[in-house]
Design a protein. Structure first.
Length: 82
């Protein structure tokens, strides 16, 4: 008796590389521009772990903008919003 294993597998999420690329901010300069901060402040936020969605690959800092925005929304909900 054969079973249909395909029915048991969850659907895979479709990943759009173009939207992922636009979501990724690369380099302190680009991250600073996105945040509206200067580069020194931005580097400090990244290096100290205070910036949700920031990670370092090699020598370059990156920011996943959607992760950052979601963290801000979550904090606003938890603390009554601004």
């Amino acid at each position: 008796m054969q079973t249909d294993h395909h029915k048991e597998m969850p659907e895979r999420a479709v990943i759009n590389p173009e939207s992922m690329a636009s979501d990724l901010k690369s380099g302190i300069k680009e991250i600073a521009r996105f945040l509206g901060k200067n580069e020194r402040q931005t580097y400090h936020l990244c290096a100290s772990g205070q910036l949700p969605g920031a990670f370092k690959m090699g020598r370059i800092w990156h920011l996943r903008a959607s992760t950052f925005v979601e963290a801000i929304k979550r904090r606003e909900r938890e603390h009554g919003g601004a």
